[in-house]
Design a protein around this ligand. Structure first.
Ligand SMILES: Nc1ncnc2c1ncn2[C@@H]1O[C@H](COP(=O)(O)OP(=O)(O)OP(=O)(O)O)[C@@H](O)[C@H]1O
Length: 456
């Protein structure tokens, strides 16, 4: 989960779409062009060398020199281009903000101040842009110098040293020198492009080196027999520099108890549940049926706990794939679960699910998922938050009747059915500030739960 907290979905999608596109299609093409231009340079140099081998020396020297020039040009050119982009954004932002606030500027009579500030932004951008153009021209001058040096050398060689040279061969060498700079230029352009595009490979490789969840631990057969859960001095924060969102929690839930967790938004209810399924590392210990859950493999632990999440997730696929994605249950069990939640929408299990189902219907499919799993620990994370009152009543009936044999933890904001629970935990700022059976908590005069209940 830390990975998803740190990497926004846009960035992840970008890696799996654009970066993969670069690796699959654009990078091979760049490599192909790079090699093509390289072959072009080698071809021209060999052709020149067949006329007079001593021309190889200036060709190689000049090319080595140009490699160094190119190295500087790429670094400086890229940095200047980046600066140009960077200084352009404030300029455009300034224009937009000025246009938006024209009336305020005029009534405050600060046109001159703004003009000066705009000029500063403009000057900065223009100087970067000018520096980039200068850099480009300097590079083109170097290319021209390369041609001139080679031509001078060839002409001196032919005029002063080689009397037997025919006009045709001289013409061939001179024309080929002119043809040398073009593939050279593209070769360097392609090298730069190739280097830039290789960053996509680096970024994808980064994803292969992510910190992995440890899957080590002991798988225990027939575990858990009884589902009593105990939090022992549990503290937790999402980031190392953040205050603890759960603080030294110590409490226990008995086997088959129906527990409601109540509290203001941001009080730490979901975080408390995420410790139970080990979505994050936490301090302290949690025991289920006297086994420290940190000693179990996470997959095994999670397979023993059903979670009906706050936001129902439906996959594009059939009804069967949605309720029983691992194909572990019989058709009868699935139909039984569907009839328990009164979903009369579907005729066969192989019917494709319409992703535009209402939130209520999606929520009921998620409940079906939990029903067929028949786990001994079931968590409802604000499942009743966005459902109508009939569905809310149905969900409550499912908790008390269908999950009678399971330990149920339900996070809830709506307190209409609070009396149906055996235990209520009121959480605030990561600590449990009130706990007990709902009827006695509701009787308390200035109790937190009774106040919340009265307000609702
Ligand atoms: N992924 C996260 N990264 C950093 N902080 C988080 C993250 N998720 C929650 N928090 C913070 O942890 C605290 C507890 O959040 P949590 O979601 O557990 O509260 P909650 O009681 O379940 O709230 P809600 O009722 O709105 O779902 C809040 O201050 C929240 O801002």
């Amino acid at each position: 989960m830390e990975f998803f907290d740190k990497n926004r979905i846009g960035i992840i999608l970008n890696r799996f779409s654009e970066d993969i596109l670069y690796i699959d299609e654009i990078l091979p093409l760049t490599f192909f062009l790079l090699m093509g231009n390289f072959a072009g340079i080698v071809g021209v140099v060999i052709l020149i060398a067949t006329v007079n081998a001593s021309l190889l020396i200036p060709c190689i020297l000049v090319n080595v020199f140009m490699v160094f020039v190119q190295m500087f040009y790429v670094k400086i050119g890229n940095a200047l281009k980046r600066l140009e982009f960077l200084t352009r954004s404030p300029l455009i932002g300034y224009i937009t903000a000025t246009l938006d606030g024209l009336t305020t500027i005029r009534t405050s009579r600060i046109q001159d101040t703004l003009r000066k500030e705009f000029d500063q932004h403009q000057d900065l951008h223009t100087s970067c842009s000018y520096m980039y153009t200068c850099c480009e021209h300097a590079y083109h001058m170097m290319q021209a110098a390369e041609e001139i040096i080679l031509l001078t050398f060839a002409i001196i060689l032919f005029l002063a040293l080689d009397d037997k040279m025919t006009a045709g061969k001289v013409g061939l060498v001179l024309s080929q020198i002119f043809r040398l700079t073009m593939p050279e230029h593209f070769f360097y352009v392609m090298i730069t492009r190739f280097q830039n595009q290789m960053i996509t490979v680096e970024r994808i490789l980064e994803y292969t080196k992510q910190k992995q969840e440890s899957k080590d631990g002991l798988v225990m057969e027939h575990w858990p027999k009884e589902c009593d859960i105990r939090w022992k001095d549990v503290s937790f924060s999402y980031k190392s520099d953040q205050d603890h969102v759960l603080k030294h929690l110590n409490f226990a839930i008995k086997n088959k108890q129906k527990v409601a967790i109540v509290g203001r938004t941001g009080s730490g209810k979901t975080s408390l549940i995420s410790t139970l399924v080990r979505l994050y590392d936490f301090e302290g210990s949690i025991f289920i049926n006297n086994v420290d859950i940190k000693t179990l493999p996470v997959d095994f632990l999670r397979s023993k706990i059903s979670v009906v999440p706050q936001e129902p997730t439906i996959f594009s696929g059939t009804l069967r794939e949605n309720i029983d994605p691992r194909r572990q249950h019989s058709d009868d069990d699935i139909w039984k679960a569907i009839s328990n939640v009164n979903l009369s929408l579907f005729k066969t299990l192989d019917e494709k699910i319409d992703l535009n189902l209402s939130i209520c219907q999606k929520q009921l499919i998620c409940v079906c998922r939990a029903l067929v799993q028949r786990n001994k620990i079931v968590i409802f994370d604000e499942t009743n938050a966005s459902v109508d009152s009939d569905t809310e009543a149905l969900l409550q009936k499912i908790i008390t009747e269908n999950f009678a044999e399971s330990t149920v933890i339900a996070i809830m904001h709506k307190l209409r059915y609070i009396l149906e629970f055996d235990l209520v935990l009121v959480v605030d700022k990561g600590v449990i500030i009130e706990s007990g059976d709902p009827s006695s908590l509701l009787k308390k005069k200035n109790g937190v739960l009774s106040n919340l209940f009265r307000k609702q």
